[in-house]
Write a protein that binds this ligand. Structure first.
Ligand SMILES: O=C(O)C1=C[C@@H](OP(=O)(O)O)[C@@H](O)[C@H](O)C1
Ligand SMILES: C=C(OP(=O)(O)O)C(=O)O
Length: 408
């Protein structure tokens, strides 16, 4: 489905509740499967959470996790320790191109029984769950933090707990800290000091209820909308000042574009009241890779030059996000240079109109480019991809006065 997206009033007002964080939800679902005493509030309604939940209910046989990276990585570790279970985990065509070798190697060194069913190093996998006795493992830490979180989530269920020794620079660190905090909220014990993580063993935990905060990565599109608008007051509920999510860095980053964040009770209010903004920005996003597309498109809309670095993980996400950003931003007339970890944007003085934005099966391409409609009407191809993390995205955009129309 291609959607044409337009907007005629550059002044935005809304009061919304975005669904729960898929990162927090997927960690909690794995922990709940290991420790049934956990109850979860405000679970994400994203596809990525639903496929994980279904896989856990299914418990064995053929499991298809579609595009969900966290589900693939977390379930690999989970089923490796689920004695007596045998599963085949597969996913979308793209999932079969997203590497998992570092995690599989680590689990195999711990004694796990995992086989590659097509290409070595990539899903699909066959896993026969068994008791793992090795309690210390080394792991290269700059490819994906999801491998580390996956091991942390099963650590407490191992007989002697688990020590994880991180090798080399660490990427996406806030996601590792999120895992640790969630373990601690559940009453489990762990620590992360320098390059060593240790998770203490625990057979059971006391009953506990844990609330999922709304998703900050999804909030990024409203930051972008506020930045591009003439004026905005957007209230988003169920956010915390002391968030576990690294993408809460948005509040600081969007000051560059005149967007102020006020924390009021359990809500954030994004306010744009001045047209002042930086002429160019430089950001290192190694801790918040999922907001790179949002920030790049905000800059494209506002004619702000930008240099984004720390983007080395973007090539192995839902698509090669660096190449996808370059292709699509150039359609609007911008000049874009990319390397393996950096993107430089030189926007044009005006934006080309009626551009068809390709989305490459990547929810964030669709959502990052939609706010451009405040400047020029845009067409977003395969607009349904948003359901990977934010199924209500288009509905929420409509509530801000955007017109969306399906093209045939
Ligand atoms: O642990 C998580 O929930 C995530 C970690 C990040 O991945 P990498 O660690 O692979 O960068 C992030 O991009 C992804 O959307 C979610
Ligand atoms: C990279 C993402 O997800 P995953 O790696 O879990 O597929 C994302 O949501 O931007």
């Amino acid at each position: 489905m291609t959607l044409s997206v337009s907007h005629s009033n550059p002044s935005l007002q809304a009061d919304l509740q975005i669904t729960g964080s898929k990162s927090e939800s997927n960690r909690l679902l794995i922990l709940q499967a290991l420790y049934p005493n956990i109850s979860i509030e405000n679970l994400s309604n994203s596809d990525d959470t639903q496929v994980l939940q279904k896989a856990l209910e299914q418990g064995d046989g053929l499991i298809d996790i579609h595009h969900a990276g966290t589900a693939m990585r977390f379930l690999t570790a989970y089923f490796a320790v689920k004695e007596g279970c045998e599963v085949e985990i597969t996913g979308s065509k793209r999932m079969k191109e997203r590497p998992i070798q570092l995690l599989v190697d680590a689990l195999q060194r711990m004694g796990a029984d995992i086989e590659y069913l097509e290409n070595s190093g990539y899903p699909p996998l066959r896993i026969r769950g068994k008791k793992l006795h090795v309690d210390s493992v080394k792991l290269k830490a700059n490819i994906s933090s999801q491998y580390i979180s996956a091991l942390m989530l099963i650590g407490a269920a191992l007989p002697k707990g688990l020590e994880i020794l991180l090798e080399g620079p660490v990427t996406s660190t806030p996601y590792i800290l999120m895992t640790l905090e969630i373990l601690q909220n559940a009453g489990l014990k762990g620590k992360f000091v320098h390059d060593r993580i240790f998770i203490e063993p625990a057979k059971e935990i006391a009953p506990v209820s844990i609330a999922v905060e709304s998703d900050w990565s999804s909030a990024s599109y409203f930051y972008s909308l506020a930045a591009i608008s003439d004026s905005a007051e957007i209230r988003l509920s169920n956010y915390r000042k002391d968030s576990r999510q690294g993408d809460s860095a948005l509040a600081e980053i969007y000051k560059n574009f005149g967007v102020e964040t006020k924390f009021q009770g359990n809500s954030i209010v994004l306010k744009k009241s001045s047209q002042q903004r930086a002429r160019s920005i430089k950001e290192d996003l190694r801790n918040s890779p999922d907001i790179a597309q949002t920030i790049a498109v905000t800059c494209l809309a506002l004619g702000v030059e930008c240099e984004l670095k720390g983007l080395h993980t973007l090539k192995i996400k839902e698509t090669d996000r660096l190449q996808a950003l370059k292709n699509e931003m150039e359609k609007f007339g911008a000049r874009v240079k990319i390397t393996d970890e950096c993107l430089k944007l030189y926007p044009a003085s005006s934006l080309n109109t009626q551009v068809k934005v390709a989305t490459y099966h990547d929810h964030r391409m669709a959502m990052a480019f939609a706010p451009l409609a405040l400047k020029v009407p845009v067409q977003i191809e395969d607009a349904g991809v948003v359901s990977k993390s934010y199924p209500d995205f288009w509905k929420d955009l409509n509530s801000l006065g955007f017109k969306t129309e399906e093209l045939v």
